[in-house]
Design a protein around this ligand. Structure first.
Ligand SMILES: Cc1cc2nc3c(=O)[nH]c(=O)nc-3n(C[C@H](O)[C@H](O)[C@H](O)COP(=O)(O)OP(=O)(O)OC[C@H]3O[C@@H](n4cnc5c(N)ncnc54)[C@H](O)[C@@H]3O)c2cc1C
Ligand code: FES
Ligand code: FES
Length: 1335
């Protein structure tokens, strides 16, 4: 239904400049407008669904009535352009830039090493900027909460928090027990070491930070203030191609419009409407935008309660309630406190600042947190329509959408009355999510009981649950039956029974976790019961007894505090020249560019002439024949230029994996064809219209299925050491067990991206791509196009995170785009949306391990037999190498005299799994540690004793006969025991556990032997090219790729040392196949050191050439020598080469020098779990790492911390779900939870082992890229320790298996108790589950 009036001009400001959009499209979102139209590419796309914060901007608006300016952070990926009329937008470019002025937020973040790949960084800057515009001196809690909605996959957040701590009102101290040091001792020389440099603490110096200067900020444009005043009575209308946006100035006009367009949504935050459009393409011809209507923004207090306008956002609601709670008597604010509890964890600050109260109530999402509380708090909706005003209760019937209890289509909610609570009221809120913050609830609840005054007789009871049905559900019948009862144990038992009967969750319910969700229903009920008893005692201490200590421990939710970090490392030798940067914590070479948004990623490259966008059509079947592809409708879509299939590939269609599926599909998500169009929207629309007919074939999805069907990718890999049969015979005891471990999504913040530009001459192609392996891209594109490799120029400036996920896959995406570019003759850009990236690409291999272990009663392991299986997916990819590494690395830090390991890579019809940081070791190591825990359980010996008994000692041979010295393993172990104060903390944990029945702590210390590099020399070769220009400036390039790991920064340090010039003389431009050919992939923790050898080689060649000139003129400057060298016709350009470490592995003899060297580390972690919900919090982690001589401690510690947090994600959070048909169900940050700020240990200390050297790698360093990840398993085992303490107390078997990841569900269900026993269990095989276990 079109609206007659002419379209208004949309006027807003961006970074102080006025923007007038005469044809504003209501369907357009700010992110795309900023990036594509205004060319402000600092604001990034990370997910498109409000879940990652990469797109954060600040929106300022002026309220002409209150004469106030409001600043708020917002996710521009969900923000409709038309909502910005009259607003001032600040993007990262407006905060500061290298060209103008760097803002202190940007400067401090860069100086504190708060960016690695830099993709999340502009979003981090903007969240902090918005906070500081509202609170010049925020508290640490406000800072942490401002970052709730921002994800970073690289840094582990610690340095980000550190940098922002400097803005906090009050400095906070870590008060590290036992270490004798404090996080505030930045740069303080805490002690001297026996050799080498002193031991330093902290990586940057806050004294060097620029001061904040608020006068430098953009002021709110006076023109917009005037406009707001003048347009107070004007209806604004923006017509788009399909949708009209109407912003009425008054309630009267809104009601008129609503009467005319009853189906039109009222869009405020667009966080529900926008998402629906994203997920299901929902479209609205008319959208009403009610944010200028004063009645809908009202905040008033009446005798009954607070009245809050429906258009108020949730952050505003939080602030209002916080004020009310401090000002009003506690008995009146019970509902408000319950709401506040959820408002602290609901989404991120951006969403809280966008989403409205009315939108929250009306959209009634199943797991929306506030509705159950508003309902039990007897909130009233003030409705209005042209027919008049009325009030309805926001009760369970409204939430269920019952006809007579709902608003009608012509009505709007004007405001909401949230009543004061009463003296005899008890109101509680509960929620449990997969992550503490910024995660939708799995189950939530609002509960209220009203007693007859002065008694515990129930007069009124309401219990509502979210996350169970399609909307919030009420246990109304159960509550009715309990009226009149006393509040005692019998009532609780009956309440649990009634609720479980009334709130039914079928076994195949969407979202899975059925038994867990059922358990939460009664666990919450129990907690409510105790909270009320506790409350009754506080009100009537003489009538009602206080809770026992055991019951008290059930109260309260676990909440992480503000994380504090300590970083300890050894300074360079005092004799080292101050100009020589090697060994010093030099900040990332692109750090400032990351923070200002000026660092260019693939999708930030400006469009080229004639460029087309590409969208792919992927298989919806796991295994099927392709009968036909009909692209005729797609070709009719305006703007669509062509549809590309396997038939258009002139050469080879991929290598091991087909780029375009040919006659068969072998997984859901396999690319079948590509649609190229003038815009991405058109390409996606075209892709949606391609029709594919399949003939189903039987799929194999799980490891179990693959074993049954003998479906393997490669031959079995096997290592046998000693005499396994004899070993088992001589053991005192033998036990067997299993471990299942899920996979992991890379979730690099920059999705796969490629831009292919055909050149005019000689069929040359420029390929700009986000990859770890430029040579592979070059080779595959060349072979697909039947070209020689010399015609394909592959360029990589930087990659926005990779973690192994961009080793093999980008080549396929490059082929897809290159074939399209070749066919159409146009440049083609192919940037995957997050859900497509997660759908198409595989991740870490899911793992199934079986162990049989024979040991003596003193804990000595005599024999172990391991069978390891990985789910490789549908093609070989890196699976052969991964299973080899599983077999080679499974011993971890333990010397088992008789050992047999067999490894199998299973072939299934799932997306092909690939390389991932740690490459098989995180799975293998977890199996070994699980085996150790089994021995501990059986012998009853302390964990650390069994580990010590079995750890390698002195000079040793690995299972494949490679020699190594375990001295540093022991040094790390002892240092970690000491630094973490392990023994006294273990005693404290035990003491805590005896006093707390429903909360338990756990502690674990885990050693690690990590083998660095690859088992073939060929993988370690590297090349470099160094030019010295006549002005003395130096350009270096090499085959390694910047993935955020700081490779180029280290290369500059190396060149600086070798050429003896300051860093400022040296520049790195890009990695390109045209400058350094045949580079290997940047992976395996050795990318930096092997390329460093090549750079060193080139620099040494150049220095040798320059030496005679320098000798002749020792007092001259660098520039003089270069000028002289040029005059003498000395070649000022050199290539450098490193042939590679000598490694090999012979699988026939089971012997080899498989890895260049080993790296040791130890981590000790302490956690607390909530036995009723399965939640846990990371209290403290101490890591000691044998980094040897660190070329750059800031970068190396950053790698350790980032990898560790990624490991915490792997082992405790990140769960991938597949449907029984093989469809991946977790396709974005909304369903797949990587660690967020709330997951960082409250105390997080990293120590680099001093006085340690590695003769193999450059400057005696070691590669730090991957090893820290496995140390995340210390959190897994600390949780296991806490679960074991729980089970011991409840008399349950201690011989239990915990699979990975240890999610809230697994933790809760392992803490068996009366509530887990109460819930109905479904017999496997009698129903179709929502998801299957593929490991
Ligand atoms: C990334 C993300 C994370 C989230 N996390 C959480 C979470 O942890 N917990 C949680 O509870 N929720 C969460 N949410 C959901 C969020 O609370 C809701 O999406 C939000 O409250 C909806 O408000 P809105 O203003 O954006 O609604 P909109 O999308 O603008 O509108 C939603 C609907 O409400 C209707 N509507 C709006 N106002 C009125 C009115 N005054 N009268 C009549 N109808 C009206 C509209 O017509 C529309 O149908 C999350 C959402 C996102 C995107
Ligand atoms: S891109 Fe907007 S939140 Fe992820
Ligand atoms: S630096 Fe945060 S995602 Fe890479």
């Amino acid at each position: 239904m079109a609206c007659p009036q002419q379209s208004d001009e949309l006027v807003f400001f961006v970074n102080g400049r006025k923007v007038i959009e005469r044809q504003a499209d209501p369907e357009e979102l700010l992110l795309y407008y900023l990036r594509k139209k205004l060319r402000l590419s600092g604001t990034k796309y990370g997910c498109g669904v409000g879940g990652c914060g990469a797109c954060t901007v600040m929106i300022s608006t002026y309220d002409p009535v209150a004469k106030l300016i409001h600043h708020r952070p917002a996710n521009s990926c969900l923000l409709p352009l038309c909502s910005l009329h009259g607003a001032a937008v600040i993007t990262v470019e407006g905060v500061g830039s290298i060209k103008t002025r760097i803002h202190p937020i940007q400067e401090r973040l860069a100086k504190c090493n708060g960016s690695q790949c830099g993709f999340c960084t502009p979003g981090m800057v903007m969240s902090m900027y918005a906070l500081l515009r509202n609170h010049a001196e925020p508290s640490m809690e406000q800072i942490i909460s401002a970052l709730d909605g921002n994800l970073c996959r690289c840094t582990g957040y610690r340095p980000i928090i550190d940098s922002y701590t400097s803005f906090a009102r009050e400095p906070t101290c870590c008060q590290l027990r036992g270490t004798g040091q404090c996080c505030l001792d930045q740069e303080e020389r805490v002690c001297s070491s026996s050799t080498g440099g002193q031991i330093l603490s902290g990586l940057c110096n806050p004294e060097q930070f620029l001061p904040m200067d608020p006068t430098q900020e953009f002021i709110f444009p006076p023109e917009l203030m005037r406009m707001a005043q003048e347009q107070q009575r004007t209806t604004l209308i923006f017509h788009g191609k399909r949708t009209t946006w109407i912003s009425p100035p008054s309630l009267k006009k809104l009601l008129k419009l609503k009467a005319k367009y009853p189906k039109a949504p009222l869009v405020v935050g667009n966080t529900t409407v926008g998402l629906k459009r994203n997920h299901s393409g929902a479209y609205h011809p008319i959208i009403l935008h009610p944010v200028r209507i004063s009645e809908m923004l009202v905040v008033s207090s009446t005798s009954d309660g607070l009245v809050i306008g429906a258009a108020c956002c949730l952050a505003q609601l939080r602030d209002i309630l916080m004020k009310a709670v401090t000002e009003l008597p506690a008995e009146k604010t019970k509902t408000y406190r319950a709401l506040l509890q959820h408002l602290r964890t609901l989404a991120g600050e951006q969403i809280r600042s966008m989403a409205s109260l009315g939108g929250h109530i009306v959209s009634r999402g199943s797991s929306w947190d506030l509705n159950p509380i508003l309902s039990v708090g007897k909130s009233v909706l003030n409705l209005a329509s042209e027919d008049g005003k009325r009030q309805i209760l926001l009760n369970d019937r409204f939430l269920a959408g019952c006809e007579h209890a709902d608003i009608n289509a012509k009505e709007v909610i004007v405001s909401v009355l949230i009543p004061y609570s009463m003296k005899d009221d008890f109101i509680s809120a509960f929620r449990q999510a997969e992550r503490q913050k910024n995660a939708l609830s799995i189950v939530n609840s609002g509960m209220r009981v009203l007693f007859r005054p002065g008694t515990d007789t129930i007069v009124d009871l309401s219990i509502l649950f979210g996350g169970i049905g399609s909307t919030t559900l009420s246990a109304r019948k159960s509550c009715e039956k309990l009226i009149g009862r006393q509040w005692n144990d019998q009532m609780l038992n009956e309440a649990c029974k009634l609720v479980l009967e009334e709130i039914v969750l079928p076994p195949s319910a969407s979202g899975g976790k059925v038994e867990y969700r059922r358990t939460l229903l009664v666990s919450f009920l129990f907690r409510f019961y105790l909270e009320v008893l506790h409350g009754l005692h506080q009100m009537y201490p003489f009538r009602y007894a206080e809770l026992s200590q055991e019951k008290m421990s059930a109260l309260g939710m676990l909440q992480s505090g503000v994380p504090q970090g300590v970083q300890i490392y050894q300074d360079v030798d005092p004799g080292q020249s101050p100009q020589d940067p090697v060994g010093r914590p030099i900040r990332h070479q692109s750090g400032i560019k990351h923070t200002t948004g000026e660092a260019v990623f693939i999708d930030d490259i400006r469009p080229v002439d004639g460029e087309l966008s590409l969208a792919v059509v992927t298989s919806v079947k796991a295994h099927a024949k392709i009968i036909s592809i009909d692209a005729s409708e797609a070709l009719q879509v305006p703007g669509v230029v062509d549809v590309v299939t396997a038939r258009d590939v002139p050469g080879k269609n991929g290598k091991d994996e087909q780029a375009y599926a040919e006659d068969k599909v072998i997984c859901v998500g396999q690319i079948i064809c590509a649609v190229v169009a003038e815009s991405l929207t058109q390409a996606k629309c075209g892709a949606g219209k391609v029709k594919i007919v399949y003939k189903d074939l039987d799929p194999i999805l799980t490891i179990e299925d693959a074993i049954k069907n003998n479906s393997y990718i490669t031959e079995q890999r096997k290592i046998e050491k000693g005499d396994i049969v004899k070993g088992f015979k001589s053991a005192d005891e033998i036990i067997e067990g299993e471990l299942h471990m899920g996979g992991q999504e890379h979730f690099y913040m920059e999705t796969n991206s490629v831009l292919v530009i055909p050149r005019v001459e000689d069929k040359e192609m420029d390929v700009y791509v986000s990859t770890q392996h430029a040579t592979d891209v070059q080779e595959l594109v060349a072979s697909a196009l039947n070209l020689q490799s010399s015609k394909v120029m592959c360029h990589v400036k930087r990659v926005g995170g990779a973690f192994g996920g961009k080793v093999t896959k980008p080549s396929l995406f490059a082929v897809i785009a290159a074939v399209a570019a070749n066919k159409t003759g146009h440049p083609v850009r192919f940037v995957l949306e997050r859900n497509m990236d997660m759908l198409i690409t595989g991740g870490r291999h899911p793992f199934f391990g079986k162990y049989k272990v024979g040991f003596m009663n003193d804990g000595r392991i005599i024999a172990a037999d391991f069978q390891c299986y990985i789910n490789g997916g549908c093609t070989k990819d890196e699976s052969e190498l991964v299973i080899e590494y599983v077999v080679l690395k499974v011993d971890n830090a333990y010397n088992i005299p008789n050992l047999r390991v067999r490894g199998h890579a299973c072939k299934t019809h799932l997306p092909s799994n690939t390389a991932f940081r740690g490459f098989g070791f995180p799975q293998a190591g977890l199996l070994m540690e699980t085996c150790i825990v089994a021995v501990v359980t059986q012998t009853g010996l302390p964990h650390e004793k069994v580990r010590e008994t079995n750890m390698y000692k002195g000079v040793n041979l690995t299972s494949f006969k490679e020699k190594f010295d375990a001295e540093n393993l022991w040094k790390c172990w002892e240092e970690c025991l000491d630094k973490s104060d392990y023994y006294s903390r273990k005693a404290m944990v035990e003491e805590f556990n005896t006093k707390n029945y429903w909360k338990k702590k756990g502690i674990a210390i885990i050693p690690m032997k990590f083998s660095v590099g690859f088992n073939a020399t060929y993988f370690h070769q590297a090349g470099a090219l160094v030019h010295i220009y006549i002005d003395g400036s130096v350009l270096i390039t090499h085959g390694g790729i910047e993935l955020g790991q700081g490779i180029h920064t280290k290369m500059l340090q190396i060149a600086s040392r070798e050429l003896k010039i300051p860093l400022s003389y040296i520049h790195f431009c890009e990695t390109s196949t045209t400058t350094v050919p045949n580079g290997k992939y940047t992976a395996g923790s050795v990318g930096t050191e092997i390329n460093a050898r090549a750079v060193q080689n080139a620099c040494q060649i150049l220095w040798k050439r320059l030496e005679p000139i320098q000798r002749d003129n020792p007092d001259g400057k660098w520039e003089d020598w270069i000028s002289e060298a040029h005059k003498q016709s000395i070649n000022l350009s050199a290539t450098g080469y490193f042939k590679g470490y000598h490694t090999n592995m012979n699988w026939d003899t089971q012997k080899g020098h498989a890895f260049p060297y080993f790296l040791f580390g130890v981590a000790c972690s302490e956690v607390e779990i909530d036995c009723l919900t399965g939640a846990h919090k990371n209290i403290r982690t101490d890591i000691v790492m044998d980094a040897c001589f660190s070329i750059n401690p800031a970068i190396d510690i950053g790698q350790i911390e980032g990898a560790f947090i990624q490991g915490v994600g792997l082992y405790t959070l990140e769960d991938i779900y597949f449907s029984p048909k093989g469809e991946q169900l977790t396709l974005g940050p909304d369903t797949y939870k990587i660690p967020a700020v709330c997951d960082v240990p409250e105390q997080f200390c990293v120590y680099l082992l001093p006085n340690s050297r590695n003769s193999i790698a450059i400057y005696s360093s070691k590669g730090m890229g991957e090893a820290g990840l496995f140390l995340g398993s210390s959190v897994f085992f600390a949780i296991r320790d806490a679960v074991a303490a729980t089970r011991k107390e409840r008399g349950l078997s201690l011989d239990f298996t915990l699979n990975s990841p240890l999610t809230v569900e697994r933790i809760r269900m392992a803490c068996g108790d009366v509530f887990t026993e109460m819930i109905p269990k479904d017999k496997p095989g009698t129903y179709k589950p929502w998801a299957i276990d593929i490991a």
